[in-house]
Every structure is written in structure tokens, then in C-alpha cells.
Design a protein around this ligand. Structure first.
Ligand SMILES: Cc1cc2nc3c(=O)[nH]c(=O)nc-3n(C[C@H](O)[C@H](O)[C@H](O)COP(=O)(O)OP(=O)(O)OC[C@H]3O[C@@H](n4cnc5c(N)ncnc54)[C@H](O)[C@@H]3O)c2cc1C
Length: 412
């Protein structure tokens, strides 16, 4: 075959981690991103909890970056314990319902983590993928909207939930993400960044736990609070909080400010959720968000020339905090397969390129497919009072599934 050259489309955290891993393994690659620059990142922000996947980052990142990961945390001044406990409460009484112990927990600020992972990576910006072609039997070409193109031996679509590459591979219907809120079972999802100008309010909202806490309400609500940015640990008025608050109901039209609907929950909740909502400044814009998922399915990888990674491969409802962990596992899994192709495995015959990419695809479909399903069910159960205890948050905590455990075992 032609000399191995990996084309990565999408410089979100997945694409950048893959570029870091390939750079570390000296595998030629180029990474392209639709946005115009490293700093022009989409406005929607949130925190990203990882736990079981943390040890995989040691294999992916250069040691120097791995050692500085704390810089990308929501609170870069916070020293993580070996196990972080996510406490889940009855938001209407304050009674603790369960605790999810999360070994290796880290909570990253999305924008800061992306900038962190971009260090030392030469991203080609303003390159929005338009289409894919296959000039020879072992090459793939990406065509951008600016009429330029690039050719390689493997294309990795790391282009997020609404991946154009996925839709080109599977067609517009089979490749499209599905909304987690449907006509039969509808939810209002909100994700708001807020600063409390009164430092005593900020301290109060954070007092229950320094990293995160969740309240469930018998009427079908899920109320999550976590610090998103802590520029100055001594000045609580500088802290930004993420309020990820969701409930059963009909989402209003796009662009509607549903601050009144969120504030209507406050009297039904106990503190600190009650005050966290009541103290939202009047000019806060609370918007209903869309959450999509896609169940990974087998597909033609064009003889090993095209694959997917990260949210492009398995967008999932973020109610188990597993999305980024599976992005990281994808990078680790793909790297292992590429290394197997390059060096072989002892006395066994060297696999072909098509075989290693097919093995990667199968691994991702089994591992992440299970999690897409579990995360969706967890979302529904956590907002159905008589099923709360059956949700994976209560029965499985944040533990990886059996397929993810294999990836973890293979890293050593
Ligand atoms: C509210 C919320 C909370 C979450 N919380 C957690 C959590 O606690 N823990 C966790 O593990 N996960 C969480 N997730 C999921 C997590 O954010 C994702 O799994 C992860 O960020 C996906 O990264 P990605 O790089 O695959 O995709 P993205 O971040 O979407 O990056 C895709 C990139 O591709 C680019 N792109 C798109 N189309 C093109 C194109 N045609 N050409 C070129 N470039 C293109 C985009 O501009 C973007 O830069 C959460 C998600 C949400 C919505």
C-alpha cells in the first residue's frame, strides 16, 4: 500500500488527542478543522468528567502534557482525591439517595481542554469537509468547501455529533443523529453558565461539594451543579458554574428564554438547588438545548480507508458522563491497531490495513454502542421517579463496561 498517512477531520478533543497520539508514535498525519482558528470555538460550553479513561491519557499524550493536565480542569487549583464521590440527592427533601464513587476522576473545562490538547499540533483551520472520494484502491481524498483537497491512506472522521463523514458513509437517514427528546417522551434540556456576583452566594452554591452534585425531583427533574471555571480560588465572585438542569416537558421554540420555567422549579427544591436557581441574575439567558444520540452500526469502511472516532462514532446522551471517556478509548484502540499493522505481533502473520481498521470499528461498535444505549436509558430512568433506582447511576455507578475494561487492560 501507499505510505501510511492519516487524515483527521475535526479538531475537537477527539481529533486533537488522536493527533497527539499519532505524533507521539511518529505516524504521519494531518488534521483539519472547519472553524477559522484555535480560539473560535463554539459558544456552548460545559464541564467534562472523566474517570476510568484517565490512565489511557498517559499513553496518548506526551509525558510533559500528561503531567500538566490539571491546567485544563474546571478548577485548576483543585487537587483530586484518588476517588471522587458524586452524591445524588432527592432534590425535594435533601436526602442522599446514592453515591457514585469515581476513581481517577478529573473534570475538564471543555474550551480549556481543547486548547490544551492543541498544544504542539499543527491544525489546518478553515477546512470544512464537503465530500470524500477514493482516487485509488488504497487512498482516500477529502475535499473541502474552499475547493482544496488532501489525500491519505486513512480518513478518521472526528467531526462530532452531526458528522458529515458518517452521513456520507451511511446516507442521510441512517447516518443522522436522533433527538433524545421525542414526541412520545419529551424533555427540556438546559445547560447554563452562570456567575453569582455576590461571593457569599457562590460559596454557598459550592459548599455541598467542590466538584459536582446532582438532585433528582419526584416530578421528573434532574438538577446538576458544578463549577465550570475558577480563575481565582480566593474570589468566589469570579467563579462560573454549570447548571445542567433538565425536566420532563415540551421544549419551547428555539431562541426562547426559559429562565421563568427554570425559576418555577426553585420552590419545589431544597437548598442548595433552590438558591442556585433563585439567585440566577435576571438577565440570564436559559435556552432549551438539543441532545442527540446515534447507535453505532456496522458499515463499509472502504477497505479500511475510512473510520470514525469520538462523538462522530457514538454521540450519546450525557447523563452518565461517559462520552469523552469513550472518545479517549477510541484513540487508544485505534493507535493500538495502527501499531499492530506497523510492527505485527510476534510470530503471528502481519494483519492487513483493512483487517486492523475493521477490528477497530468492531471494537468501537460493541463498546460504545452499549454505552449509547445505557446512557439513553439512564437519562429516562433518572427522570422517572419509580425507575430512578434501576438507572445505571444507581446500579453500575460510573464503571466502564466489559468492553471498555478490555481496552484498559490492553494499555499495559
Ligand atoms: C451538556 C453536555 C455535557 C457533557 N458532559 C460530559 C461529561 O461530563 N463527561 C464526558 O465524558 N462527556 C460529556 N459530554 C460529551 C462530550 O462533550 C463529547 O463526547 C466530546 O466533547 C466529543 O468530542 P469530539 O471531539 O468527538 O466532538 P466535538 O467536540 O463536537 O468536535 C468535533 C469537531 O469537528 C469539527 N467539524 C464538524 N464538522 C466538520 C466538517 N465538515 N469539516 C471539518 N471539521 C468539522 C467541529 O468544528 C469540531 O471542532 C457532554 C456533552 C454535553 C452536550
Amino acid at each position: 500500500m501507499e505510505d501510511l498517512h492519516v487524515l483527521i477531520v475535526g479538531a475537537g478533543i477527539t481529533g486533537l488527542l488522536l493527533a497527539q497520539a499519532l505524533k507521539k508514535a511518529s505516524i504521519p498525519h494531518t488534521i483539519f478543522e472547519a472553524e477559522v482558528s484555535a480560539t473560535a470555538y463554539r459558544p456552548r460550553q460545559w464541564g467534562l468528567s472523566i474517570h476510568w479513561s484517565y490512565p489511557l491519557l498517559r499513553k496518548i499524550l506526551p509525558q510533559e502534557l500528561f503531567d500538566r493536565l490539571q491546567e485544563a480542569q474546571c478548577d485548576p487549583y483543585y487537587t483530586n482525591p484518588d476517588v471522587e464521590n458524586l452524591n445524588i440527592y432527592n432534590g425535594s427533601t435533601g436526602e442522599q439517595m446514592t453515591v457514585m464513587p469515581e476513581p481517577h476522576h478529573r473534570r475538564f473545562n471543555r474550551a480549556r481542554m481543547r486548547a490544551f490538547c492543541a498544544q504542539g499540533i499543527d491544525v489546518q483551520y478553515s477546512k470544512k469537509l464537503a465530500s470524500i472520494s477514493y482516487p485509488t484502491s488504497d487512498t482516500v481524498r477529502v475535499h473541502f468547501e474552499d475547493s482544496t483537497s488532501a489525500t491519505g491512506t486513512l480518513l478518521v472522521g472526528a467531526d462530532g455529533t452531526h458528522s458529515r463523514i458518517r452521513r456520507q458513509l451511511l446516507g442521510p437517514e441512517k447516518g443522522a443523529a436522533t433527538s433524545a427528546s421525542t414526541a412520545e417522551e419529551s424533555f427540556v434540556f438546559t445547560n447554563t453558565m452562570v456567575r453569582y456576583p455576590n461571593p457569599e452566594h457562590a460559596k454557598f452554591v459550592r459548599a455541598l461539594h467542590p466538584v459536582f452534585y446532582m438532585g433528582l425531583h419526584p416530578e421528573g427533574g434532574l438538577f446538576w451543579v458544578s463549577p465550570q471555571d475558577v480563575p481565582d480560588p480566593q474570589d468566589p465572585s469570579s467563579w462560573t458554574f454549570q447548571l445542567f438542569m433538565n425536566w420532563r416537558g415540551q421544549a419551547p421554540a428555539d431562541g426562547t428564554n426559559i429562565l421563568p420555567e427554570l425559576k418555577a422549579w426553585a420552590p419545589k427544591l431544597v437548598d442548595p438547588w433552590k438558591s442556585a436557581i433563585e439567585w440566577l441574575p435576571d438577565d440570564t439567558f436559559v435556552q432549551a438545548q438539543k441532545i442527540g444520540y446515534w447507535m453505532p452500526i456496522p458499515r463499509d469502511n472502504m477497505g479500511g480507508r475510512v473510520t470514525l472516532a469520538g462523538d462522530a462514532a457514538h454521540p450519546m446522551a450525557p447523563f452518565r458522563g461517559q462520552g469523552l471517556s469513550h472518545c479517549i478509548a477510541d484513540v487508544s484502540s485505534l493507535l493500538s491497531q495502527l501499531e499492530l499493522f506497523i510492527t505485527g505481533s510476534g510470530s503471528l502473520p502481519k494483519p492487513t490495513f483493512a483487517e486492523v481498521i475493521t477490528a477497530y470499528d468492531s471494537e468501537v461498535i460493541a463498546r460504545a454502542g452499549d454505552e449509547v444505549e445505557t446512557s439513553l436509558q439512564t437519562m429516562r430512568f433518572l427522570m422517572t421517579w419509580d425507575k430512578v433506582q434501576q438507572s445505571a447511576s444507581f446500579t453500575r455507578s460510573a464503571d466502564p463496561n466489559a468492553a471498555a475494561l478490555k481496552i484498559l487492560a490492553a494499555k499495559t
